[in-house]
Design a protein around this ligand. Structure first.
Ligand SMILES: Nc1ncnc2c1ncn2[C@@H]1O[C@H](COP(=O)(O)OP(=O)(O)O)[C@@H](O)[C@H]1O
Ligand SMILES: [Mg+2]
Length: 282
């Protein structure tokens, strides 16, 4: 469902954030992407979604049977790919002043005619789908509240409901629990796991902490300095192994702290997403 073939990314100044990364995720898998901050998790997810082009000379990147980029060139059909990919971010990226229900309905924008999305004219059937999606993530009673009135964990579940509305085949989640308390984190991870198991949605979720990867994701890919240093069953990740893989960085993965700089990067990123045009129209 996700194919990444020998992708490298060098930022201006020569810093190599991804260094020959290859991996593939089968349909219906739920895979954790772990690593210390700065190891390249967000950069990799941005490449998969076609928001960032890899270095020339990099291989292919595909979602399903659609090409996202090849040899450092993002394909022109990228919008069609994005319709199938749901994004979940650390900072939820809901439009705070709009009702939760409207935020969830926004998941359908890529499949709606432009005039109707601009006017925010949703059909009764679409509204029912959005309510069903909210019921599935357990927050339907908050459907008519402003998104900003919800707790962090509830907002994140609304963001997941938006991917259900979108009928996303793949969910890319970039540290979706990094700003949540432990109980909310568990519920958000459980919601992603339920979607994966019940609907067969493929999930690639970056996590700062190995514990959640082991609990919810059968497979883990670990990055260090832009390279894949482990790819296998999460059950095989032991503390000893992580200390060997990460050396001095191991404490960060075993006892993580939140990374504020990610929030800033993600705010920039959301400007690129369809949701922004929706906010402008609202
Ligand atoms: N737009 C950018 N320009 C320059 N360097 C960047 C940019 N985005 C990320 N980096 C650098 O690439 C490395 C990997 O970043 P990132 O993918 O955000 O790591 P992670 O998500 O694992 O914390 C970091 O050292 C970061 O500073
Ligand atoms: Mg990150």
């Amino acid at each position: 469902m996700i194919t990444i073939e020998h992708i490298s990314k060098t930022f201006r100044g020569g810093f190599r954030a991804l260094d020959g990364v290859s991996l593939s995720v089968k349909p219906g898998e739920m895979v954790a992407l772990i690593g210390a901050s700065g190891s390249g998790k967000s950069t990799l997810l941005r490449h998969v979604s076609g928001l960032m082009a890899a270095d020339a000379g990099s291989g292919e990147m595909r979602v399903g049977d659609r090409l996202v980029q090849e040899n450092g060139c993002i394909q022109s059909g990228i919008r069609a790919v994005r319709a199938d990919v749901g994004f979940v971010f650390q900072q939820f990226n809901l439009v705070g002043r709009l009702p939760v229900l409207t935020n969830v309905l926004a998941g359908n924008l890529a499949r709606m005619p432009l005039w109707r999305s601009c006017l925010r004219q949703f059909t009764q059937k679409e509204k029912q789908h959005a309510l069903d999606a909210l019921a599935r993530v357990g927050i339907v009673e908050h459907a008519y509240k402003r998104a900003s009135a919800l707790s962090g964990g509830q907002q994140q579940r609304a963001a997941i409901a938006r991917t259900i509305m979108q009928k996303a085949k793949v969910i890319l989640a970039d540290e979706p629990i990094a700003s949540l308390d432990p109980e909310s984190s568990r519920r958000v991870m459980q919601t992603l796991a339920d979607l994966n198991r019940q609907d067969g949605t493929t999930v690639l979720v970056s996590l700062h902490q190995v514990e959640m990867a082991m609990r919810f994701c059968p497979r883990t890919v670990a990055l260090s300095k832009g390279k894949v240093v482990f790819d296998g069953p999460s059950a095989l990740l032991t503390e000893t192994m992580l200390r060997e893989l990460y050396g001095a960085e191991a404490d960060e993965i075993l006892c993580p702290k939140n990374d504020e700089s990610d929030a800033v990067q993600q705010t920039q990123l959301v400007r690129n997403l369809e949701l922004t045009s929706f906010a402008a129209a609202a």
